[in-house]
Each structure stands twice: as C-alpha cells, then as structure tokens.
Write a protein that binds this ligand. Structure first.
Ligand code: PLP
Length: 346
C-alpha cells in the first residue's frame, strides 16, 4: 500500500530543477556577505515582499527569534495569539533567549486577533509595568487551520499597534499560500508590517531555509543576531540556490494544494461521524475530528496502519497538510481508506 504523508508540507522534496541549481550554484563566504547566490536570494525575496532588505536564515524558528531579538529588549512584553506558532511551537525561545514576556490573547476562529483585545492588552506607561513593544501576527494561521489574514485586516491591526508605539512582526511561514488564496501579491499582505519571515522549506519545497525581511537597518541588526545564534553560514549558496527556484517557480502551484485540501475536506464531510467544516478550508491545511467514541490518537494510529500519516493536533483535532507530494489520486485513496476505518470502528 502506498504511504500518503499528510503530516506537513515540510516533507516536500526538492525538485529536479532545484537539485540542478544547487549543483551549479556560485558560492562564497556568506559571513563576509560574499555568497552571490545568497545575496541574490535575499535581493529577490526583499523585492517580492516590497521590503528594503532580507536575511537568509536556517529556519522559520530562527527568523522569528531574530525578529524578537532585534525588535525588543529583555523584560519587554510582546503580544501574540494563543495559537501562535511562536508561542506554541518554538520551544519558548523568545522568552528563554530574548527574555521577553509572551502575552497571549485568543485567536479568533479565522486566525485574527480582535482589535479591541489587542488594544486592551497594550500596556500604558506605569512604573510597575513592562513595556509592550511588539505585536506578532501569523499569516496563514497554522493552528487555526491555515486561515488567511486579509490585507485590510493587516493594515488595521498594524495601524493600531503603530499608534501605540509597537513594532509589528508577521510570521509568514506560509505567506505565499495566503497570497495565492486571496489572489493578491504577497507584498500587499505584508506592506504594513515592520518585519516578515517566510519559509522556503514548506509548500515551496526547498530543502532548507527561511527569509526574514524588513528595513535595511533592521536587517543589519538581524544579521548580527543571526551570527550570535550561530546561524552565520559560509558557502550556503548551495542551499540558497534551491530557494531561488522555490520563490520563482513554486508559488503559483500552491493553488493545487489548496484545491486538494478542499477536495479532501469535502470528501471527509461525506463520511458519517467525521466532524469538519469544508467552508472553513482556505489554504492547504485541513483540520478534522474523528467520530465520537474514538480519540484522535487512536484514529491517527488506525490511519497510520492504513499508511495514511496525519497527526493529532490538540483537542479532538487531527491535521492533514496538503503538499506537492500528494496528488488528487492520493486524496481519493485517502478518502477510501478513511471511510473504511470509520466503517470498521462503528
Ligand atoms: C513551520 C512554521 C514555523 C517555523 O519554521 P521552521 O522552519 O520549522 O522552524 C513558524 N511559523 C509557522 C506558522 C510555521 O508553520
């Protein structure tokens, strides 16, 4: 039986074109800013997102951490959603290494942070209080099921933060999924924020890396923080080369993953007992609940026995992430096998 891996879009393998580009990449010492391939990837990324400059980092986690380090001081408070990847899934790095308090407010079901709640959470000046200096938002919002933040919302929340003197960082690990889903250029979605990170190694299928983008001054500071964290690499143009292919060739095809996600969601909704709201599926992430009486852990294990990999995702949820390695045929196969599991569990 074929293994269908829906655990994450991080499982995507580099394309043949990426491997060719990696093989041929011109390289240099990037700590001296002398790797032409990395410099090109950084220039292209900054241009695509409408920012002055960009920095190639090892991972989304490192980009987000560097953003916190560059925007804040130890003892500051930052505001983010209770479902934020930076809060839930980055090992507490912002607090452990950045010394900041992570103050969280509930994400709305569609991934937004309610404006009035953000405003109430920003601290005024008081001798007893830490300074609130940074707001972090996430687009697409992973744990809310890959939901998108619109350009209009991003302007509104960033304006609010800026009025109160906060900087705004956008965790845009999947910003191109949001851009494709909304049919707008990614630069429009990040225009109001001070910094944005995005991942090359998820749906875009590159093997390694993330970009942090912002003003020239911010990126100079970020470059120094990256060095401190041990993220200054040398002839890393061999991996950046795949990143260039990723941003130039792999963005438009994300629409296929979104279509497959919809197909999977609609199919799952037709299996009696499975709880899912296909209308809420906006990009490549599908959250669903198994029939009552079976725990998500059990259900995920039964799926694994049928060679379908998808992980429990908090509460009763299971997460399936569509990606380039999963075809329309695989979705049909998935639905058949899941239908079988449900019939056998009844
Ligand atoms: C994957 C992810 C990250 C972190 O990226 P890594 O490269 O895995 O460190 C950050 N934010 C979100 C929303 C993600 O999905």
């Amino acid at each position: 039986m074929k293994v269908i891996d829906l655990r994450s879009d991080t499982i995507t393998m580099p394309t043949e074109e990426m491997r060719q580009a990696m093989y041929k990449a011109e390289v240099g010492d990037d700590v001296y800013v002398e790797d032409p391939t990395i410099n090109l990837l950084e220039e292209k990324s900054a241009a695509m997102l409408g920012k002055e400059a960009a920095l190639f980092t090892v991972s989304g986690t490192m980009s987000n951490l560097i953003a916190v380090l560059a925007h804040t001081r130890p003892g500051d408070e930052i505001i983010l959603g209770n479902e934020a990847h930076m809060l839930v899934a980055e090992v507490g790095g912002a607090s452990a290494l950045g010394g900041v308090i992570m103050r969280n407010i509930p994400n709305e079901i569609d991934g937004r942070l309610e404006l009035s709640l953000v405003e109430q959470t920003i601290r005024e000046e008081n001798i007893h209080y830490p300074r609130t200096t940074l707001l972090c938002i996430e687009n697409t919002q992973n744990r809310c099921g890959g939901t998108v933040l619109t350009a209009e919302y991003t302007v509104a929340v960033a304006d609010l933060a800026h009025r109160h003197g906060l900087m705004v960082h956008l965790d845009g690990a999947r910003i191109f999924n949001a851009a494709v889903a909304l049919g707008v250029p990614a630069k429009r979605l990040v225009e109001p924020v001070d910094s944005v990170s995005f991942c090359l190694s998820k749906g875009l299928s590159a093997p390694v890396g993330s970009l942090l983008c912002g003003s020239g001054r911010f990126i100079n500071s970020a470059r120094k923080w990256r060095k401190m964290l041990g993220g200054g690499m040398r002839q890393a143009g061999v991996i950046a080369a795949a990143g260039i292919v990723a941003i130039e060739k792999m963005v438009d095809r994300l629409a296929e993953d979104h279509a497959n996600a919809k197909m999977l969601a609609i199919g799952l909704s037709q299996i009696p007992g499975i709880v899912i709201y296909p209308d809420r599926i906006q990009t490549n992430i599908v959250l669903f609940e198994p029939p009552t009486g079976v725990t998500p852990q059990e259900f995920s294990m039964r799926m694994e026995t049928s060679q379908i990999l998808a992980k429990p995702y908090g509460g009763r949820r299971i997460r399936a992430v569509l990606n380039r390695m999963v075809s329309g045929e695989d979705i049909k196969e998935t639905l058949e096998r899941v239908g079988q599991i449900v019939r056998e569990s009844a």
